[in-house]
Ligand binder design. Structure first.
Ligand SMILES: [Ca+2]
Length: 303
């Protein structure tokens, strides 16, 4: 069965799936839900971090983009900055008590004081803005391709590019990011998977399969979008994940999966595209893991 999926599946979106005993040393993870926290179902989550007892969240969509401080216990928004209607909010990262917020195609990053949300600075950049995280020295930015860019937080100048691959194949559509214990966790857009990336080599060392996390029965009649949002509480060793318009933020524990389900087809959910949600599943499926040259045109379809 595994062999059939690898060699005959037309999508073959996960080229690194070579069977349970992968010679590459890939580790597959599943999850256990420890808790379920309320989340604003109107929040089109594009970035999520946890700091000193609060979530900080960036929301997207034109006219609905914001930066928020959120109380984890009840999901209440304690502080909020709304972006101008011409900006689509994207990933955020905390660095030296400053929150950096990307925008999608506007090529503008905003820097806020974490305590007051006062705008301190803005930067411009050349590529699209998707996810953002901080490794203790550099900001790390995704742009929808398989390339992560390391940036000097003082100047927002690129200092290094990291090509992310799995068994030699580029992994595109890297989206929301979180730096956790020396690894970069990256949502792969339009999938239920998080790639776990070695920041020195760009090699994917593990896959976290979050399929089934949001049970549709828990939110009947509500519209939800894709998984997008990873935050980590380093002191409490808690991992948080959510999605766009999801009614919950989940606290999860990840566990090695000895008998991983094969992701191709089975686990690649055919998410329905939403207005301004950066693309269409049907188009993405066709070139799911092609090199990044095609992604720019794919992302223009909602313009
Ligand atoms: Ca994050």
């Amino acid at each position: 069965m595994l062999i059939w999926l690898v060699f005959f599946n037309p999508l073959n979106c996960f080229p690194c799936i070579t069977g349970i005993n992968s010679p590459s040393g890939l580790v597959y993870y599943t999850y256990r839900i420890l808790d379920r926290l309320p989340h604003d179902p109107q929040a089109f989550t594009q970035g999520l971090i946890y700091h000193d007892g609060y979530f900080y969240e960036s929301t997207g969509l034109y006219g609905k983009s914001s930066l928020r401080q959120v109380n984890p216990g009840d999901g209440r928004v304690l502080r909020q900055v709304e972006l101008a209607k011409t900006y689509f909010g994207e990933g955020i990262a905390l660095c030296n008590d400053r929150i950096y917020q990307l925008t999608w195609r506007e090529r503008r990053a905003f820097v806020y004081d974490c305590a007051t949300f006062n705008l301190l600075q803005t930067f411009t950049y050349d590529n699209e803005g998707w996810g953002l995280t901080y490794d203790g020295k550099y900001l790390i930015m995704s742009d929808g391709s398989a390339i992560l860019t390391f940036l000097d937080p003082e100047t927002f100048t690129p200092v290094r590019k990291l090509s992310v691959q799995c068994n030699g194949k580029p992994i595109v559509h890297l989206n929301e990011l979180e730096y956790i214990n020396g690894k970069i966790f990256a949502n792969v857009w339009l999938t239920d998977f998080i790639a776990i990336i070695n920041p020195a080599t760009g090699e994917v060392t593990g896959w976290l399969d979050l399929s089934g996390l949001l049970d549709p029965k828990t939110h009947p009649g509500r519209t939800v979008d894709v998984l997008n949002g990873i935050a980590y509480d380093e002191q409490g060793d808690r991992l948080f994940v959510t999605g766009k318009l999801w009614p919950y933020i989940f606290v999860i524990k990840i566990e090695e999966e000895n008998f991983p389900k094969v992701p191709v087809n089975i686990l690649f959910k055919q998410h329905q595209p939403k207005e301004n949600s950066k693309g269409s599943t049907s188009q993405i499926s066709a070139h799911c893991f092609k090199p990044s040259s095609n992604y720019a045109s794919e992302k223009l379809i909602n313009e």
